[in-house]
Design a protein around this ligand. Structure first.
Ligand code: NAD
Length: 484
């Protein structure tokens, strides 16, 4: 894999923006296995557009046209959204003002969770009645079993439509008709020679007028629209960023070009935007507070707390230290001397008491602190393994239950909760147990017992968080920042 090169200008532009428009084309779905139209494996190399995707073609041979769309629905129904689709969906949740303008008809954006979206070329998953103009949804049910329906009009889709319209006898491969009025249905896709809906275009141009950043992803500009959109947005003052494997008709209008695969570039870009956003917030709070800022990252096992902590440290540099909560260990004698071990109501004494003690020491900004740490590998205390130097402004502590105990919660200046897609968390915990030498079966069992319990307990703590972050296939996304 070629390393992804991402200019800092793009990261900064996205960090500062709150009005973003994303324009996508067939290239964003290429990594999901859906062929683009142009290019080496393009669809139009094997099919003639005028035979299949024009009103005249439909009038001449509607069955053939439905077959072609059945074939494409079959292909797209079996494909899965890729990381680029997930990042676009995460952007929508992140930015107050956001619009996705897609030329794609494959439905992958909406399956990845995109909602504020305009499908300018329609969708394979809708049909329109030629008699009354109504649009009907074509259910995405048929393709899980992977059976090919290539070349048959009476695919599952047609059957669904037949079921709604019993007057049609099955087996005769009838053309789909509208259950309500009996009119002929056609794919709700914009064909060659047809015009864009004016109201829809208006919505797009209004969003572009106000956009600060416009990302144009995986489109050749062979269809004129993306070029027009880029020109309009550039004139209105937006920063135009193109993400594509090669130069295109849009390139000359782009302020920045990120060359490569969308599925690789977008997750890395998004990771950097999110980490940048978080460190901005941390620095702002640090300035506000003065002195050392104690930051807690809590969240379920497998959420990636330590990875996030390390990513923050990579940006904050020598000003920050990262301490895993379950690394704190204080000798019993020291706990006894402080009367902590004997205290009631502390079943999780080890972490909690050690942490209380550590926090007390770490809060003192005037001295370097030496923390006795516990080694996970050696399963024993390691004396004075971590020194927090005087210059440390940010102490990032990460651990599952961090906000569960009031003493600990109150000691933190900033509480970050990192949530995670359960399937992802499960997979990463199981992989970690396996790396530790467990067989697959043991790893799964450990997860089912310890980690699920942990997760349930940890979820109770998320309410205390001031910053909520979610990790899913798009990586990390800051979902809420509150309470300074
Ligand atoms: P296009 O086929 O003309 O161009 C695809 C572009 O994507 C090319 O510039 C190519 O370099 C780029 N690309 C390919 N792989 C990429 C990757 N992994 N990452 C980033 N870029 C990549 O497609 P278009 O510009 O969208 O326009 C053609 C029309 O095709 C549109 O109207 C669209 O509706 C239709 N179309 C849609 C689908 C779909 O829904 N998935 C598929 C094919 C065509």
């Amino acid at each position: 894999m070629i390393p992804v090169i991402i200019s800092g200008t793009v990261v900064t532009a996205l960090r500062r923006a709150n009005r973003v428009v994303v324009v996508t084309g067939a290239g964003i779905s290429a990594e999901s296995g859906i062929p683009t139209f142009r290019g080496a494996e393009g669809l139009w190399r094997n099919f003639k557009a005028e035979d299949l995707a024009t009103p005249a073609a439909f009038a001449r041979n509607p069955r053939l046209v439905w077959e072609w769309y059945d074939w494409r629905r079959n292909l797209c129904g079996k494909a899965q959204p890729n990381p680029a689709h997930h990042v676009v969906a995460a952007m929508e949740r992140f930015y107050h003002h956001f619009l996705l303008v897609t030329q794609n008809v494959d439905g992958l954006h909406s399956r990845a969770g995109s909602r504020r979206m305009v499908e300018v070329h329609g969708s394979l998953w809708r049909a329109r009645c030629l008699k009354c103009g109504d649009t009907v949804e074509l259910p995405m049910t048929s393709f899980e079993d992977g059976k090919a329906v290539v070349g048959r009009v009476s695919s599952r889709v047609a059957r669904c439509l037949e079921e709604e319209n019993p007057a049609r006898s099955p087996g005769l491969q009838p053309l789909p008709t509208h259950a309500a009025c009996g009119g002929t249905l056609r794919p709700a896709v914009l064909w060659f020679g047809e015009s864009y809906e004016p109201a829809m275009l208006q919505q797009v141009f209004t969003a572009l007028e106000e956009a600060q950043v416009v990302l144009i992803i995986g489109t050749s500009g062979g269809v004129a629209l993306p070029v027009d959109l880029a020109a309009q947005a550039r004139q209105a003052g937006a920063t135009i960023v193109e993400i594509n494997r090669e130069r295109t008709a849009v390139s000359r209008l782009a302020h920045e070009r990120l060359e490569g695969r969308a599925g690789e570039i977008l997750p890395e870009l998004w990771r950097r935007v999110q980490v940048g956003h978080l460190t901005d917030e941390i620095r702002a709070r640090g300035r506000h507070k003065g002195g050392r800022l104690m930051i807690g990252i809590a969240g379920p096992p497998g959420a990636g707390k330590s990875t996030l902590a390390q990513a923050l440290k990579a940006v904050l540099g020598r000003e920050a230290v990262v301490v895993p909560m379950d690394g704190f260990h204080f000798p019993n004698a020291r706990l006894d001397a402080l009367g902590l071990r004997a205290r009631k109501g502390a079943p999780e004494t080890f972490d909690r008491l050690a942490f209380e003690l550590a926090v007390a020491e770490l809060r003192a900004t005037q001295k370097p602190v030496s923390l006795p740490l516990y080694s996970r590998e050696l399963h024993e205390p390691v004396a004075d393994a971590l020194t927090v130097p005087l210059a440390t402004s940010f102490v990032i502590v990460e651990g599952n239950y961090l906000f569960l105990w009031p003493e600990v919660r109150n000691a933190l200046d900033l509480k970050i909760y990192l949530d995670c897609d359960p399937a992802l968390a499960r997979a990463s915990v199981i992989a970690r147990h396996q790396q530790g030498g467990a067989s697959e079966e043991e790893a799964v069992r450990k997860f089912e017992t310890n980690d699920r319990l942990n997760s349930e307990t940890v979820h109770a703590t998320r309410g205390a968080a001031e910053i909520m972050i979610r990790r899913n296939a798009a990586g990390w996304t800051v979902e809420r920042v509150g309470g300074t």
